[in-house]
Design a protein around this ligand. Structure first.
Ligand code: ATP
Ligand code: MG
Length: 248
């Protein structure tokens, strides 16, 4: 079994509650309201993948990152912004164009396309692409609009479960970091009390190893809460979103 490696989020505080960073061989879910920073974290992860100091890896697998590791960004909401990648890259002294060239953006207009893109990542890897990061932003938006009403709930959960299984397999088999985002209408009370409102609640909950809830704080500050991790304590971290990207 290959060594797990970790990818920095850009925030030391957030990395710390994750046990060092975003972990390979796992799916990490970022949930939160609009503007809480899910897409920004996803963009920053793509940039950090090109920054050797932001990768924590054992010597035995370090060479996997020398040959321009690739990120796949499955974009279901049309919110991927090349200019933002360039801005974050330049803040780290990286060439923006080089970073962009190592991100494969796939715009998914419905859940079938989204699922297909995720399934096709395996083929790209087998064809020789050094894919080390897979992002689905957002995991749930297509399912939410296509499967409305109680009658569709079982089918939706089943498909979402299958999609998550595909992502978990990619993470596991190819030692990738996988990030999914999940917009919630309000603070899911499961984290703070009563019943959960996050769509896909149980399925996602049981399939994502790390779950982080993001909330807005004052100005550019955000609070991340890690919860229900199998081996890490629940914990909170403060980070900021500025023109430079994600940092403490
Ligand atoms: P949604 O659920 O609507 O997709 P989200 O959680 O993905 O929301 P983001 O798009 O990640 O939210 O965060 C948007 C916020 O990030 C903006 O409100 C702004 O505060 C901050 N932001 C985005 N771009 C920049 C930038 N270039 N400079 C500074 N802050 C920025
Ligand atoms: Mg977003």
């Amino acid at each position: 079994r290959k060594y797990i490696w970790k990818l920095s989020t850009g925030s030391k505080n957030l990395d710390e509650i994750l046990g060092g960073g975003l972990e390979s061989q796992s799916v990490t879910e970022f949930a939160g309201m609009y503007g809480s920073g899910k897409t920004q974290i996803a963009h920053q992860a793509c940039v950090n993948l090109q920054c050797p100091e932001r990768i924590l890896a054992d010597d035995s697998i370090r060479d996997e990152f020398l040959n321009e590791p690739k990120a796949v960004y499955i974009d279901t909401e049309g919110t991927f912004r090349p200019e933002r990648i360039i801005q974050m890259a330049e803040a780290l002294g990286l060439d923006g164009k080089d970073v962009l060239n190592n991100i494969l953006v796939a715009r998914a207009y419905n859940s079938d396309m989204q699922m297909l893109y995720a399934e096709n990542v395996e083929k790209l890897i087998r064809d020789g692409l050094n894919i080390k990061l897979v992002i689905v932003d957002s995991l749930t938006s297509t399912f939410r609009t296509e499967y409305t009403g109680r009658g569709k709930l079982a089918e939706r959960q089943q498909k979402l479960g299958r999609h998550m299984a595909t992502l978990n397999k990619l993470a596991d088999l190819y030692n990738c970091v996988v990030i999914v985002t999940n917009q919630v209408a309000a603070r899911p009370d499961a984290i703070f009390g009563a019943s959960e409102q996050a769509i896909g609640g149980h399925i996602v909950g049981h399939a994502a190893t790390f779950r982080i809830f993001l909330r807005k704080a004052k100005g550019d500050k955000r609070v991340a809460k890690l919860y229900d991790s199998p081996h890490l304590p629940d914990a909170e971290a403060m980070f900021r979103i500025t023109e430079k990207g994600i940092h403490d």
